[in-house]
Ligand binder design. Structure first.
Ligand code: NAD
Length: 286
């Protein structure tokens, strides 16, 4: 039986979410996506116009396809959470059922059970501000989009998952070591995500017999990372100082995500796995 995967956090072919989709598709999984509402239109248009065709090529010669593409906004759990100004926003007006619970209900309707759940999204409106200058609103927004969204997804998608299934998210070493420039409460949000990974591995392991892991990825020039501003410096720093001196490819993270979600990792849960060319091991610039 082919496995079914739901991936939240794909809006182009440049980020980790796309690379995870690719690795899972290569392994034969059926992929559905949850795409952030404001990014959905351009994603679907670009997809239709063939802009991603090169990146869609599979080893078999075919093109990666998606079974379903759903609008999603991971800061809302149920319709009652959506404020009037968001409903009225023209980028949201055409979309419906984009809260996490509604999205899970659509996946249940269209796919029945799933085997793999991926959270590859983050957002921190004040990410460019130092933590010391971050507002309460900005801090809580970072936690809401980047950490609680995962708790909520496991709440709603966990019951749809087959026993033996697995879930993975993406984190960053700024949770445990100071990375100047990764502000706005994003470092706090990643610390929460990693701690929650352990607790959720226990709770969802017992409740649904699924595994929960997170990948601490090295720097990648994705759209989200470019918005932070210092990604090119981080890539250069990593190249200069990591044990393995090469630029990190998104696909290297995609491949580890596929491994973690496969039976090869059937005894691995609650783990923060570094996929960063080993940079995390260094105590002093190499
Ligand atoms: P990306 O831009 O490809 O992915 C981020 C996605 O989050 C986008 O598709 C965006 O549309 C989506 N998103 C934002 N707010 C959302 C919301 N409220 N609801 C639903 N979707 C929302 O960038 P990426 O770098 O591949 O990011 C994926 C994950 O990897 C994030 O968790 C990020 O923190 C993590 N990460 C990135 C790096 C890096 O250097 N790029 C390093 C370590 C970890």
């Amino acid at each position: 039986r082919g496995k079914k995967a739901f991936i939240a956090g794909v809006a182009d072919d440049q980020g980790f979410g796309w690379a995870i989709a690719k690795a899972l598709a290569e392994a034969g999984a059926e992929i559905s996506l949850g795409v952030w509402v404001p990014a959905l239109n351009i994603f679907e248009t670009s997809f239709r116009r063939g802009k991603f065709d090169d990146s869609r090529k599979l080893a078999s010669g075919g093109l990666m396809d998606f079974a379903h593409i759903y609008p999603m906004d991971a800061v809302f759990d149920t319709p009652d959470d959506v404020p009037e100004e968001v409903k009225a926003n023209k980028r949201y007006a055409g979309a419906d059922g984009f809260t996490i619970s509604e999205c899970a209900a659509k996946v249940a309707r269209d796919s029945g059970k799933i085997d793999i759940l991926v959270h590859s999204l983050a957002n921190g409106p004040e990410v460019t501000k130092p933590l010391l200058e971050t507002s309460r609103k900005g801090y809580l927004a970072a936690m809401s989009a980047s950490s609680y969204s995962y708790v909520s997804m496991l709440q709603r998608f966990g019951p749809l998952m087959n026993p033996g299934g697995a879930s993975v998210s993406l984190t960053y070493i700024a949770s445990e070591k100071v990375i100047p420039g990764y502000g706005g409460g994003m470092s706090s949000a990643k610390a929460a995500l990693e701690s929650d990974t352990r607790v959720l591995a226990y709770e969802a392991g017992r409740k649904h017999q699924i595994r929960v892991n997170t990948i601490s990825a090295g720097p990648l020039g994705s759209r989200a990372a470019k918005a932070i501003g210092f990604i090119d410096d981080m890539i250069r720093y990593s190249y200069a100082n990591a044990p393995v001196q090469k630029e990190l490819a998104a696909q290297e993270v995609g491949n580890v995500a596929a491994f973690l979600c496969s039976p090869l990792a059937s005894a691995v849960t609650g783990v923060t796995m570094y996929v960063d060319n080993g940079l995390n091991t260094m105590g002093l610039a190499g």
